[in-house]
Design a binder for this molecule. Structure first.
Ligand SMILES: Cc1cc2nc3c(=O)[nH]c(=O)nc-3n(C[C@H](O)[C@H](O)[C@H](O)COP(=O)(O)OP(=O)(O)OC[C@H]3O[C@@H](n4cnc5c(N)ncnc54)[C@H](O)[C@@H]3O)c2cc1C
Length: 467
């Protein structure tokens, strides 16, 4: 339904009008009502009110919106691009991600079309030795839980389908944040967007990725450069590729690469390497990136890897520096201020070495929605229940996230033979990697990925976000 002269009434009886065309969607709680809308056009200086705003429509943002919806809150998602991100090829989703997806109610859509991978085969390029490592897998509450590889766009679509059609406001880039205190001493956050409009919200969740503006506003440290870069892409074989459905990895001095068939025609590949001049990496055209990988960096790799790389769909090819937030900053930094917090890469950017960034983002979503749900259900006259919920959320998440960031960095460092240029250190790390990494370190990690973040709690009617 399209309406003119839309109004929004909040708890404070603050009424705002707009003369823009808007789509009316949801309404009504016991003491106030809110009309949520998607404006077709936004005007400079126009002020809108939302109860909960999620900045960023990536994995963390959409999963958080789905989780909140399942417990009865409505959240608006702001995404700077005009559509959901299709790039980024594929993600390995470990058991902890599937537990989170189960809590979100979207696992069934993906498990029926994505098989479990039971092993990864690792080839040492210097010695030629090959080791097979079993991947975690078990039956849990009747479901087969294990590692499945899912295209990023498939995951985003599965999450977005769960949301009312107007939830995501595209082409809405957050550029600055201001905090205001209302007469009743509650806090409201003003989000200034690049189209000149302002959104005032009582809860702001920054899911805006590694270069998060919300994390910056909170005062978290800038992500650090790991000294390594990654190239990754999706290869398409018009005829079937005929590779066995298992994950393959290649370890060399300073490089780590691999490929994973997603189905009979598509194969996801990645190539991680030490690089001191990452500024140059990001400015290269896809053709040059591919040439650099196949004709230079990976020219001595096994023919299977080169065959896969040469079939890359260039529109999917990306190359960028790998960054992470210092684990102590994740653990002790300000991940919340009043009613503002962060989730996903905005909170804990990490190197992709143990494939946990997206999995952790899904866990964040479930824990955050559960904390808000529980705090709201038990709230009496406590005006600070949102703050309490967000405090509980960051307390629950920060240590685990800090450990995953540290574990990812450590795993990457060991896999690629140290982080400096000293030969002795590199040799020692490779010695450790070849003897102990797969025997001791990675099995410990397997325990870690079996963590179930739990469910969302009983759905309660919070109306359109009764904060
Ligand atoms: C090579 C590589 C391989 C990986 N492999 C795996 C894997 O196998 N398994 C795994 O779990 N993880 C993996 N990851 C990590 C995973 O991709 C990330 O952790 C995950 O994408 C984080 O999701 P997010 O939603 O927090 O951030 P993002 O995916 O970065 O999404 C952030 C969103 O916010 C939007 N945004 C940013 N700024 C603004 C703004 N100012 N205003 C509005 N919108 C904004 C962006 O456009 C984007 O849509 C890998 C990463 C890399 C680089």
């Amino acid at each position: 339904m399209t309406t003119q002269g839309l109004y929004i009434r909040t708890k404070e009886n603050h009424v705002e009008t707009t003369t823009l065309k808007s789509k009316r969607t949801t309404t009504s709680t016991k003491d106030h009502f809110i009309i949520c809308f998607q404006t077709e056009k936004h005007k400079m200086g126009m002020v809108e009110n939302e109860e909960i705003v999620i900045v960023g429509g990536g994995i963390a943002g959409l999963a958080t919106a789905v989780a909140l919806k399942r417990v009865g809150f409505h959240a608006r998602v702001l995404e700077r691009h005009h559509e959901l991100r299709a790039g980024g090829t594929a993600l390995g989703l470990a058991p902890n991600a599937w537990y989170a997806l189960r809590a979100l109610g979207v696992d069934g859509k993906l498990t029926s079309t994505h098989q479990i991978f039971t092993k990864t085969v690792v080839t040492n390029l210097e010695t030629g030795d090959t080791q097979a490592m079993a991947l975690p897998m078990k039956k849990d509450r009747g479901d087969d839980i294990g590692v499945r590889y899912v295209q990023r766009k498939t995951l985003l679509k599965a999450l977005a389908e769960e949301l009312p059609p107007d939830t995501i406001r595209f082409s809405s880039k957050l550029i600055s944040i201001k905090s205001e205190t209302l007469q009743d001493s509650s806090k409201v956050t003003a989000l200034h967007l690049d189209d000149g409009s302002i959104i005032k919200s009582k809860v702001v969740i920054g899911c805006d990725g590694v270069h998060s503006a919300v994390a910056q506003w909170l005062g978290l440290s800038q992500p650090l450069y790991s000294g390594r870069s990654a190239a990754y892409g999706l290869s398409v074989f018009p005829e079937d590729h005929e590779f066995e459905m298992l994950a393959r990895q290649y370890l060399g001095d300073s490089v780590r690469a691999g490929f994973i068939p997603l189905n009979s025609k598509e194969v996801y590949w990645f190539f991680l390497h030490k690089s001191s001049s990452f500024e140059q990496d990001t400015s290269m055209s896809p053709e040059l990136i591919l040439k650099e990988v196949t004709d230079n960096l990976a020219k001595d790799f096994p023919s299977d890897f080169l065959t896969v790389a040469k079939h890359t769909d260039l529109s999917t090819l990306a190359w960028g520096p790998l960054r992470f937030r210092a684990p102590w900053n994740v653990a002790f930094g300000r991940t919340r201020n009043g009613n503002v917090t962060v989730a996903g890469d905005a909170m804990h950017p990490m190197t992709p070495d143990i494939g946990q960034g997206g999995c952790s983002a899904l866990e964040d979503a479930v824990v955050l929605a559960r904390c808000l749900n529980q705090a709201h259900s038990t709230a009496t006259e406590n005006q600070c229940w949102v703050e309490n919920a967000l405090k509980r959320y960051v307390d629950e998440r920060r240590w685990r996230a800090a450990c995953v960031v540290a574990g990812s960095w450590l795993s990457g460092m060991v896999h690629q033979g140290g982080c400096g240029d000293q030969q002795w250190w590199s040799r020692a790390t490779i010695w450790f990697r070849d003897r102990y990494l797969y025997k001791f370190f990675l099995p410990k990690l397997v325990d870690f990925v079996w963590t179930d973040c739990g469910d969302l709690g009983s759905p309660v009617t919070h109306g359109a976000g009764s904060t």
